[in-house]
Write a protein that binds this ligand. Sequence first.
Ligand code: MG
Length: 250
Amino acid sequence: MARVGKGSVLLLDYDGTLAPFVKDRMQAYPYPGVPERLQTLSKLSDTRTVIISGRSVHDLEKLLPEASGLEIWGSHGLERKSATGEISVIPMDSQIQQGVKEGIKLCVDLAGQEQCERKPFGVALHWRGASEQEALRLKNLVEPLWLHLCERYELDIHSFDGGIELRPKARNKGTVVEEILNTTPKDAIIVYLGDDLTDEDAFKALGDRGLKVLVREQSRPTLADVQLIPPEELLQFLDQWIAAIQKRTA
Ligand SMILES: [Mg+2]
């Protein structure tokens, strides 16, 4: 990674990539060692570090206050906080808001409050920690009715590790990567680290422009070029990345 430095961009998913999965989502703190490395990255010039997550920016900042100096795209790209703290949000029209409202009600009525997470722009049905049978039961209860909503409103259902989410069609991690590529020099070195199915959109958008890294213990069909097993290999990668930038800018 000797050439990393000027024009380098590191794109990072959060859950499953920088933080292990736990049953209570608001307890999903990063792996030990990750916050310090992100803090170091936020202080380096000539490099851009971006967190791209399905979580809201608000949630991410609670779990990872060290990321406050980094650029964050939350809610699958529907909101963005710049490295200097300006927040921009994609407006949701009233029709989509109505669709999401109906989606939340269906989720809560059918699966119960506990399983449903209201997000700033959508709703997630979670089954992490449930038996396979219970997970399937919850999915079969909610998904068909959400599919009806998708026919009536500009909404999509996305699968993630441990659940499904109903959200506006407008954005996903792939569109975020496209936007970032548009503002990145052609010769920049770009790496994307992600673990989940939603990161495959990002891998696809990145194509040959950068290195696509699957961060995950088990392998699975993926568009990624390489795989890292967290946390050790992830921390090693971050150290090498930081060292290469420091060397370049020294
Ligand atoms: Mg993830």
